[in-house]
Design a protein around this ligand. Structure first.
Ligand code: SF4
Ligand code: SF4
Length: 429
């Protein structure tokens, strides 16, 4: 009888290496998958879009005016704060774990390897051309889909879908879809990792933010005698570099694949790996000896301040979206007074200033005269706009006495209101 106990209690090798070390590959792929889903769903569900054609800006599923530059500024500041904090605390983790460019390169490389493996082919073999053609077709299809999604960040999805079907009817939208698809196809078919190591400005820019406590992938040179020279860390590196040459190499994207490789090789020999994520280069910074705040990357007050800029910017953005939008108002008597047997009407010019970043409806009301009413009772005003309209206040003669009666006119948006005092005049009969 076959005893399966050993196999059943064995930790899956996809999660832990033979020496018990956590493998970084699976969580990295999971995060990349989540980022990919988010990048696709955000523009399609109105979670994020700057639609300049319709003067609309969507953020966190909230619609605002695209010319609300104050809000756009703070959303940009939030992005800068987030990238700066990640880079200062965690080095190139953005590049290897979150960046869409790495996601595209990983997808293209992984698909090519899987197709080669599935068709049992290598360069020179008869099915090699077939494997490469299938790969190129798949990359072109994914590029077109990504071009559609990219265009949805700038245009309404309905317009993008229509332009994808018939680009000649909407050349600007068609060019955005097919132009971005062509750029991405060229990137996935030819450029891939070369973009990260030669063209991307983020790496060199953000490297300047790091210091001796920034997270990095480090080869433990002090244990160099344990290296068996298998070169697996080099062959598995997607960037094709040798981490043993030193920490902080420009092309290293901090993916952690070499850490898994070394743990796999040395783990089978009962040893711990020679490569790990480490804050800085100090030997004393070995992860097991760190406090919780140090493990989170908060080594000093400077880091805490940088990390705090993210929730601070987020609070400003959310305050602008969901906060208090002031309403202003002023009134001028038009001087037209109409008297009937039962009512007196006074005309005014009423000006309302809206601080709302969206077009909004305002309600008008009057107090000071029992039974009086106002026309119109609602008013729609554009985002951050001002509107002057003629209004009429009507009061029953039975509630009035000849001469001036103070009244209060109120305008309300639901988020804010304004009340102003004016005079209602009843002439002698
Ligand atoms: S050296 Fe290691 S962490 Fe850096 S890119 Fe290569 S595999 Fe990724
Ligand atoms: S995988 Fe580990 S043991 Fe093999 S060459 Fe790289 S550092 Fe040395």
């Amino acid at each position: 009888m076959i005893d399966l106990t050993d196999r059943l209690i064995q930790t899956p090798t996809v999660i832990r290496a033979a020496n018990g070390s956590v493998k970084w590959h699976a969580p990295r792929r999971l995060l990349q998958l989540l980022c990919g889903v988010l990048l696709i769903t955000l523009p399609l569900t109105n979670g994020l879009r700057l639609d300049l054609r319709r003067d609309e800006f969507y953020f966190a599923w909230h619609k605002m005016a695209a010319h609300d530059l104050f809000l756009l500024f703070w959303v940009s500041m939030l992005g800068v704060a987030l990238l700066s904090a990640i880079s200062f605390l965690y080095g190139r983790l953005w590049c290897g774990w979150v960046c869409p460019q790495t996601l595209a390169s990983d997808f293209a490389d992984s698909l090519r390897t899987r197709l080669d493996r599935a068709l049992h082919t290598r360069p020179g073999r008869s099915r090699f051309a077939l494997a490469r053609s299938l790969w190129a077709l798949a990359v072109l299809a994914v590029s077109l889909g990504t071009g559609v999604v990219f265009a949805c960040y700038w245009l309404a999805p309905a317009a993008v879908f229509a332009a994808t079907r018939a680009p000649w009817l909407d050349p600007a939208a068609g060019l955005t879809v097919y132009g971005s698809a062509a750029v991405l196809a060229a990137d996935m078919l030819w450029l891939r990792r070369r973009f990260c190591s030669h063209l991307c400005p983020y790496g060199p820019l953000m490297s300047t933010l790091g210091d001796q406590n920034t997270l990095a992938v480090r080869y433990l040179i002090e244990r160099g005698d344990d290296c068996i020279g298998c070169h697996k860390c080099e062959t598995d590196c997607p960037m094709g570099i040798d981490i043993k040459q030193g920490v902080g190499q420009h092309a290293c994207i901090g993916c952690g694949e070499c850490i898994d490789s070394c743990n796999d090789v040395l783990g089978k020999r009962g040893k711990s790996g020679l490569i790990e994520f480490r804050y800085g280069t100090e030997a004393a910074h070995v992860t097991k000896a760190l406090t919780l705040t140090q493990r989170l990357g908060l080594w000093d007050g400077r880091r805490a301040m940088v990390a705090l800029t993210v929730p601070a910017c987020l609070a400003v953005v959310l305050g602008l979206i969901y906060g208090h939008w002031p309403v202003g108002a002023s009134v001028n008597a038009r001087g037209d007074i109409v008297r009937t047997a039962t009512e007196i009407r006074n005309g005014y010019l009423f000006t309302v200033d809206s601080g709302d970043p969206n077009p909004a409806a305002f309600t008008l009301s009057v107090t000071g005269i029992p039974g009086a009413w106002i026309v119109p009772q609602t008013l729609t005003i554009g985002a951050h706009d001002s509107r002057t309209v003629p209004i009429t206040v009507t009061g029953p003669t039975a509630s009035l006495s000849v001469g001036r009666t103070p009244i209060r006119l109120r305008v309300s948006s639901g988020r804010d209101s304004k009340e102003i005092q004016t005079i209602f005049y009843m002439p002698a009969p």
